[in-house]
Design a binder for this molecule. Structure first.
Ligand SMILES: Nc1ncnc2c1ncn2[C@@H]1O[C@H](COP(=O)(O)OP(=O)(O)OP(=O)(O)O)[C@@H](O)[C@H]1O
Ligand SMILES: [Mg+2]
Length: 215
């Protein structure tokens, strides 16, 4: 599903990634832990194809992604990869349903089809009665579940999450963790999650620690 080999990345003189190797199978939930500044977000950014490494290779779903042009890569990302961040980045002017639909519209899905799929996902996530609410009319946990629905609307093979529960209380965090496992069981997505939450790391299929720029 995902094969990264010898990924390197520096910012000026600071070598952040020193040759990261990682294989993640279909439906696998991998958590990445490590000290602040260890390079976890930098790695996730590159694995999510949001940034290019200085060196190394990455294949996702059989595609050698960094051989693609920026434009091809953006289309690939839209269709194969989902993202959930610590701060949900929902658009404040749009309803939950509209926020979830946006990646589908970018993929040129018919609006009616997109809305139906978005409503199915919101219902699955227990948010059917919040579909017409704007982000500031929802709790933090609800907003984060909308962000999960948005990540899933194009049925990506893999979802990357950077501290998805970093901003939630322990009850909402636990609920979101359960949800990720339920999604994996129901839809077969792979998840790569950067987290400081040791409980999530413990229940993951694999817990990897980033130390000195390698996993
Ligand atoms: N755009 C950038 N330019 C220069 N240095 C950067 C940039 N992004 C990150 N860094 C540096 O790279 C190192 C790794 O940062 P990164 O954000 O990947 O850490 P992290 O493991 O995610 O930390 P945290 O747990 O605090 O989120 C840090 O020393 C950071 O200051
Ligand atoms: Mg980080």
């Amino acid at each position: 599903m995902i094969k990264a080999s010898n990924i390197t990345k520096s910012y000026g003189n600071l070598q952040v990634l020193r040759g990261v190797d990682l294989h993640v199978g279909k439906g696998e939930i991998v958590s990445i832990v490590g000290k602040s500044g260890a390079g976890k977000s930098t790695l996730l950014h590159i694995l999510g194809t949001l940034g290019r490494p200085d060196g190394g290779h990455l294949t996702i779903d059989g595609k050698d992604v960094f051989s693609l042009t920026d434009r091809q890569l953006a289309a690939f990302r839209n269709q194969h990869i989902g993202f959930v961040f610590q701060f949900h980045h929902l658009l404040p002017e749009f309803t939950a349903l509209e926020n979830v639909c946006i990646p589908a519209y970018i993929a040129k899905t018919e609006p009616e089809v997109a809305k139906r799929k978005a409503m199915e996902l919101l219902t699955y996530l227990g948010l059917a009665d919040r579909a017409e609410h704007k982000p500031n009319q929802m709790s933090g946990g609800e907003q984060q579940r909308v962000a999960v629905a948005r990540a899933l609307i194009n049925s990506p093979a893999v979802v990357f999450a950077d501290e998805p529960t970093g901003n939630l209380d322990s009850g909402s965090s636990e609920e979101l963790h359960k949800l990720l496992f339920q999604l994996r069981d129901d839809f077969g997505q792979s998840f790569i999650i950067v987290t400081h939450n040791e409980e999530l790391a413990r229940i993951s299929d694999r817990r990897l620690e980033m130390v000195d720029g390698v996993l």
